[in-house]
Design a protein around this ligand. Structure first.
Ligand code: OAD
Length: 232
């Protein structure tokens, strides 16, 4: 294809796997260790808020023990050096894209280091733990919840994402199983609007056949090589 001028990248848990963060659907992954209905639904939170706050408190604390890997670093380099349009849409709630230096990042499933107030509905940066029920810095009610999109809730900034997909001439999906919508449908949306589509994943994902091209391997190797191709 001609040199791309407008790139949308979708990342998933696989890009952070080599940093030591568990993916969701691997053998022994997060969804084998915990039930989705318990820790990733509004109903689970109503039933047992302590269990849910604890789950995200632990995942937030674990961020201090991990670091960006060469895949995050390569995307940060692309962000700094690519002079066309770029949007990195991540399903990940970790902060490894930002810690690698990427700026054009959108967290469609929220962030561990953000809190959502159930009373005033504002989002504020958050460090530490929620199980002691800290007060919302905006309205002071003790109603903070993790700012993470749960099953049955709408992901963030879908209008902005679809606008970017419509304008993209290249869509690249990295380290995601293609099991969760709407993200799993982005490849079809981008393709219908004329983008070239590329998958970089350890194995063929559920939606692999939708991509023009699928490369299998570790993100830490595939992503730097692909970024090199784009910036050459
Ligand atoms: P999954 O755990 O479903 O998929 C991770 C994908 O990354 C798999 O296809 C793996 O083969 C691949 N993978 C693993 N290690 C890799 C590596 N080193 N290099 C490249 N690829 C690798 O995670 P997601 O697709 O991100 O949502 O899951 C999507 C959403 O489901 C998450 O955002 C989360 C979850 O439920 C919410 O919590 C709302």
């Amino acid at each position: 294809m001609a040199a791309p001028r407008n790139i949308v990248i979708l990342t998933g848990a696989g890009i952070s796997a080599e940093s030591g963060i568990d993916t969701f659907r691997a053998e022994g992954g997060l969804w084998e260790q915990h039930r989705i209905e318990d820790v990733a639904t509004p109903e689970g939170f109503e039933r047992d808020p302590d269990l849910v706050l604890n789950f995200y408190d632990m995942r937030r604390a674990a961020l201090a023990t991990v670091a960006p890997n060469p895949a995050h670093e390569a995307l940060a380099r692309l962000d700094a050096e690519f002079d066309g349009e770029l949007l990195i849409v991540t399903q990940n709630v970790d902060d490894l894209h930002e810690r690698a230096g990427a700026r054009r990042v959108l967290h469609m499933h929220g962030e561990l280091k953000s809190a959502l107030c159930r009373i005033c509905e504002r989002r504020t940066p958050f460090e530490g733990t929620m199980r002691q029920r800290p007060a919302c810095p905006m309205c002071e009610s003790r109603s903070l919840r993790p700012d993470v999109v749960w099953f049955g809730e709408m992901p963030y900034e879908m209008d902005r994402i679809y606008a970017a997909l419509r304008a993209a001439d290249l869509f690249v999906s990295i380290g995601t199983s293609g099991a969760v919508y709407p993200a799993a449908g982005f490849v079809r949306d981008a393709r219908e609007m004329g983008a070239h589509t590329l998958e970089l994943n350890l194995e063929r994902s559920e939606g692999s056949h939708w991509f023009h091209e699928s490369r299998q391997g570790r993100a830490g190797e595939l992503v730097p090589a692909w970024v090199e191709e784009i910036l050459r």
